[in-house]
Design a protein around this ligand. Structure first.
Ligand code: MG
Length: 370
């Protein structure tokens, strides 16, 4: 029997959740699907996009040359979606919207992680610069070409405005984003704080003893040791990571529930009008997360091995940008002879940003051998 999506949602979702029936639709209007809600369709469109598939071969923090244990941009994305759905379900929010947003949240990342982003931003200053969050919007509204009826993926306005919030984080906003958007943001932070520590330990960039000086890690390791007395270092490390995620997620859910009650939030309009994000850790855990993040920044993101990889990858990308800008006819399938200079820069940037790490390295080596 067909159960209308909206009927399921009205019984399962909280009044402050984003209900599909209240969606303002898409830029290019489409008929409702017989058995998939609008946010399910968004999720499916993201999963079937080529930009999403390419996340499998894009750097999160550590490049492919450093091993095969650590997270890629795709597995980071899946961890974010997993955590975000857990939080969303506990708070009776719209999981389909959360999943669609989580799966697309990093789709705009270029090859080589933040090193790639910094280089592309530097190279495109004449035409507005480069930011992975803004580029994600460009991909899903313009660059993906999969449907005959419209450019991009024609996602719902809710998903697009959620992503726009991510790209305008520093801009003052009179309205807070939907709770579903806030959940993805918080889940992203929990995912990278925990998996970057795990990856750095596995890669030998960090020692467990060093992490014991960080209170979140110390507490997680202690809770594991209280339960299991004879774990190997590796078993303890892995269990501590899981404990850390559990602790952070539990705090996030409990704190958010209290805030929603205290603020008497009863609708998405109440969420928008609230002074601040409602989905956020408690003051205690915010402080502890900051301590962990500062530690990771100093000891992992600025580790000489990571900096050396970043520097080599960044230089390769910059050289390719210059090469394609000087000879735009090398860009695939583009009529470039009449192109204005700033269009050339944006086209080169789009092309390079879409590359996986390995495609970029291959292209770079090919270019060197011209
Ligand atoms: Mg992310």
């Amino acid at each position: 029997m067909k159960v209308p999506d909206t009927q399921l949602e009205s019984s399962a979702l909280a009044p402050y959740a984003m209900h599909s029936s209240n969606s303002t639709g898409r830029q290019h209007p489409e008929d409702a699907h017989p058995y998939r809600g609008p946010f399910q369709r968004d999720r499916d469109r993201v999963v079937h996009s080529s930009a999403y598939r390419r996340l499998a071969h894009k750097t999160q923090v550590f490049t492919g040359d450093m091993g095969d244990y650590h997270r890629s941009r795709l597995t980071h994305t899946l961890e974010v979606a997993s955590i975000a759905r857990t939080v969303g379900r506990a708070l009776c929010l719209n999981e389909d919207l959360i999943e669609a947003m989580a799966l697309m949240h990093d789709i705009g990342h270029p090859p080589f992680g933040h090193a790639g982003e910094d280089v592309l931003n530097d190279c495109t200053q004449s035409c507005g610069g480069f930011n992975h969050n803004a580029h994600a919007l460009r991909i899903v509204t313009l660059l993906e070409s999969r449907y005959p009826g419209f450019p991009g993926l024609n996602l719902t306005n809710e998903v697009l405005s959620g992503q726009a919030t991510r790209s305008n984080k520093s801009a003052p906003s009179s309205e807070q984003p939907l709770l579903e958007v806030q959940v993805v943001d918080a889940a992203d932070s929990i995912a990278y704080d925990t998996h970057d520590a795990d990856d750095a330990l596995e890669l030998g960039l960090l020692d467990v003893k060093e992490l014991l000086g960080v209170s979140l890690w110390y507490d997680a390791a202690k809770r594991v040791q209280d339960r299991y007395t004879s774990l190997s270092t590796e078993q303890l490390r892995r269990a501590a990571i899981h404990q850390l995620i559990e602790t952070l997620v539990s705090d996030l859910i409990d704190t958010t529930r209290l805030r929603l009650t205290d603020a008497q939030v009863d609708s998405p309009a109440d969420v928008a009008a609230h002074a601040d994000f409602l989905v956020a850790p408690s003051a205690e855990f915010r402080e502890k997360k900051t301590e962990l993040e500062e530690f990771l920044f100093e000891r992992v993101y600025r580790h000489p091995t990571v900096l050396a990889e970043r520097s080599v990858a960044g230089a390769a990308l910059r050289e390719m940008f210059e090469r394609f800008s000087a000879t735009p006819q090398l860009l695939p399938g583009t009529a470039t002879s009449q192109m204005a200079e700033k269009d050339v820069a944006r086209s080169v940037c789009d092309f390079l940003a879409g590359m996986t790490d390995r495609h970029a390295l291959e292209e770079y080596r090919n270019g060197v051998n011209y």
